[in-house]
Design a protein around this ligand. Structure first.
Ligand code: ACO
Length: 157
């Protein structure tokens, strides 16, 4: 059932690594799809540390009320000054298909609209569900770069 959704974006700091890790553990289908292993808590800590050193990179936990429902990793002023790029939107597996992913992207669009003209989404691997999701949200397939990355684009204004 679709729900009308109000979400909060909570910037991820190192102390939130366990929450990000739990979210990955709750998404086994996605992990299998990208052919990887679930990252360990230490992997997540290292990744968050790397992320902190790049001021353009933004990682947020997506919360509905007190509950963490997803994770969003994007970069502003990338690949050019007037664009932002989403590298990962992850919604907890048991909550997928209820409008949360769409609501998160719509909220991000509102946040970015004044500063950015374009929003890209980069889909890793053979993730056909994700490609359909981005197309459903009005993103156009732009190009494939290499065998594993598909770029999608939406103009924000
Ligand atoms: N096939 C076709 N349409 C789909 C699919 C699908 N597999 N998934 C969602 N949609 C459509 C829905 O029907 C809906 O359309 P509607 O508004 O007309 O009803 C719309 O997309 C929004 O669907 P949501 O319910 O908001 O999608 P959800 O909350 O499940 O979020 C997401 C989508 C982010 C892909 C989620 O399923 C997920 O986390 N999947 C695993 C991780 C993943 O693949 N993330 C994307 C990687 S690529 C990247 O982040 C740049």
């Amino acid at each position: 059932m679709k729900v009308s959704v109000q979400l909060d974006f909570l910037p991820v700091t190192a102390d939130l690594a366990p929450a990000v890790h739990s979210l990955y553990l709750s998404c086994p289908t996605y992990i299998a799809l990208i052919g990887g292993e679930t990252p360990s808590l230490n992997d997540i800590r290292r990744e968050l540390e790397t992320l902190r050193q790049d001021t353009r990179r933004q990682a947020v936990l997506i919360r509905q009320g007190e509950r963490v429902v997803g994770f969003l990793d994007y970069k502003v002023a990338h690949p050019d000054l007037h664009s932002a790029t989403i590298s990962l939107l992850l919604i907890e597996e048991s909550l997928q298909g209820r409008g949360l992913g769409k609501a998160a992207v719509e909220q991000l669009e509102v946040l970015l609209k004044e500063r950015m003209e374009r929003l890209y989404a980069v889909v890793y691997g053979h993730n056909e569900q994700a490609k359909r999701f981005w197309e459903r949200l009005g993103f156009e397939h732009l190009r494939d770069s290499g065998p594993n990355l598909s770029w999608y684009l939406k103009r924000l204004r």
